[in-house]
Structures are given as structure tokens and as C-alpha cells.
Ligand binder design. Structure first.
Ligand SMILES: *[C@@H]1O[C@H](CO)[C@@H](O)[C@H](O)[C@H]1NC(C)=O
Length: 286
């Protein structure tokens, strides 16, 4: 039953994205948090069962592929290490390597940002292995934690994208440096309000600074089921309360595609599709 549920959630996730008008999505999760076997410290106080993180990844891959075929969009996944569970990280990078050509495109590190990596070398080792094996890297940083967590993500873990990254703005030197190197920030406006990561007043949201500085960033939902939200809500909020224009939406969607973790050829195809669609919108506006 659990197995069917995992696959179904993955397939229906793709359905939801297709309905939102998304043509390519990267979804992230912790395989260990869905497993009850072969895991050091089984999560959620479960009894030992027979569902391993490896099988979780296979089930999610199957569900995503079914969704892709059925709803005609592309879906890839990112596997999360958890900051409070360094003992899982080696496993996570091994799963990224094993399923690299079957839908998994990158590694992530999520969870409590007060747990830095220097104290947890297993995260660093997992990211070193990711670099060595050409696995793409993103890290949740500067959502709740200070700018120093962002610095560590980029400099120590060699993150290619920063998850959220709002508090980067508190370190001007770091922010300027990341702007100069076109670092991509994965922002989630609705989430940041509901989690309290940012001020509830959207008119002073850090995303506005990213917009004004023409930074490299995307708009994302984070956890749509938990927040009872959807991508449209994030874009609408940016439009209504943050002064975002249609031009900026196009620009940031292109940035998102450029910063996606697809192989070069597939990325080119995605960009071509977007550019064609946007030129079409432009020409019908005349
Ligand atoms: C955003 O980053 C991607 C690579 O991660 C790069 O290809 C693209 O040019 C960047 N865009 C901007 C506007 O900096």
C-alpha cells in the first residue's frame, strides 16, 4: 500500500504541475524520510519495515515517468540530505549516482540551518563526492539561517544554486559576489511568509531586491500541499504586491531554465520552447 501511495503521489504531482502550465519541473524530497528499512534511525518512530530509500527512489522515478507520459511535461528529481541526519548523506549521494540517468538530477541539503557542515563532515564528504561524479548541487541556505550558511553552501559545498537565500542580503560583500557570479536563488514567496522566514509584508520582500538587481533567481512553491498553495499564487503575489511585470516573469523563467539541472541538449530544447512561446505572446500583443 505504501508503495502504491508513493508512486501515485509522484504521478499526481506531475499532473498538478501540468495543470499549472509548467513544462519542466525539478521536485525534491528525502528518500530516507519515506523509508522504513535500511535507514539508520528510522524516521517518524516507525517499526522496521521493508521499504528502503533505494526502492523509494525507484517508485518516485516510476511515478514521475508515468506522469510525464500521461501529462506531456518533463519532471526530474533532486534527492535531499537532511542537516540533522548526517549519517544519511553518503547514501543520498550514492542514490544520486545510481539514478543519474533515470530521473535524478541533483543533490540537496535541507533542514535545520543552525547545524552547520563543519560539525558534520558527512555532508561535506557527500558533496565532495557529488562534485567528483558530476552530480549537480543545490543547498537550502539563508532561508532561516544567516548569510554565513549561504557562504558555506557556495564555498564549501560548491552549491550551484541556493535554496531560498534571502538572508544573503545581510552580507553585502557576499551578495555582490554572488550577483557577479550569476548565482541562482530558488525563491519561494508564499512559503517564506507562512514559515516566517521573511516579513509577512510582501512589499519589502527580499525577492524584490533580486528583481531590481536583475539577479538570477526563480519563483517556486516549496511545499504546495503543506501550504495549500500553488505556483499561480506565487506569481500572482509577485505581480500584485511586489511590482513584478510580465517582462520580469519571462526573464526569470528563462533564468530558471538556464539554471536547471538538465543535460545541455535538453536544456537547449527547453529554452527554445520557452523563447518561442514568449515571442508568440509578444507578437500577439501588437
Ligand atoms: C543564471 O545562471 C545560469 C547557469 O546557472 C546561466 O546560464 C545564466 O546565464 C544565468 N542568468 C543570469 C541572468 O545571470
Amino acid at each position: 500500500l505504501n508503495r502504491e501511495a508513493i508512486k501515485r503521489i509522484a504521478r499526481e504531482f506531475v499532473e498538478d504541475k501540468a495543470k499549472e502550465g509548467v513544462i519542466y519541473v525539478e521536485v525534491r524530497y528525502s528518500p530516507h524520510l519515506l523509508a522504513n528499512s535500511g535507514v539508520k534511525e528510522i524516521p517518524w518512530n516507525q517499526e522496521e519495515g521493508d521499504l528502503s530509500p533505494d526502492e523509494v527512489v525507484r517508485l518516485v522515478n516510476e511515478g514521475l515517468s508515468e506522469g510525464e507520459r500521461e501529462f506531456k511535461i518533463k519532471a526530474r528529481s533532486i534527492l535531499c540530505c537532511m542537516r540533522h541526519m548526517p549519517s544519511w548523506s553518503k547514501d543520498v549521494v550514492e542514490l544520486c549516482k545510481k539514478y543519474k540517468d533515470e530521473g535524478v538530477v541533483a543533490i540537496d541539503l535541507a533542514g535545520d540551518e543552525s547545524l552547520n557542515c563543519e560539525a558534520n563532515p558527512e555532508h561535506m564528504e557527500a558533496y565532495e563526492e557529488a562534485v567528483r561524479c558530476g552530480i549537480h548541487r543545490t543547498v537550502h541556505a539563508g532561508e532561516v539561517g544567516p548569510a554565513s550558511v549561504v557562504k558555506e553552501a557556495v564555498e564549501v559545498l560548491k552549491a550551484e544554486r541556493v535554496g531560498h537565500g534571502y538572508r544573503t542580503l545581510e552580507d553585502d560583500d557576499l551578495y555582490k559576489k554572488l550577483l557577479a557570479q550569476n548565482m541562482h536563488f530558488e525563491t519561494c514567496p508564499i512559503s517564506s511568509k507562512l514559515t516566517g522566514a521573511c516579513n509577512a509584508d510582501f512589499t519589502t520582500h527580499p525577492v524584490i531586491t533580486f528583481m531590481k538587481d536583475k539577479a538570477n533567481y526563480s519563483l517556486n512553491t516549496d511545499d504546495p500541499l503543506i501550504f495549500n498553495s500553488n505556483l499561480h499564487h506565487d506569481y500572482q503575489t509577485a505581480h500584485q504586491h511586489m511590482g513584478f511585470t510580465e517582462e520580469e516573469f519571462k526573464r526569470l523563467n528563462i533564468c530558471s531554465a538556464q539554471s536547471s539541472f538538465l543535460p545541455a541538449k535538453e536544456k537547449e530544447e527547453l529554452l527554445k520552447t520557452l523563447n518561442e512561446a514568449y515571442e508568440m505572446i509578444q507578437s500577439t500583443a501588437f
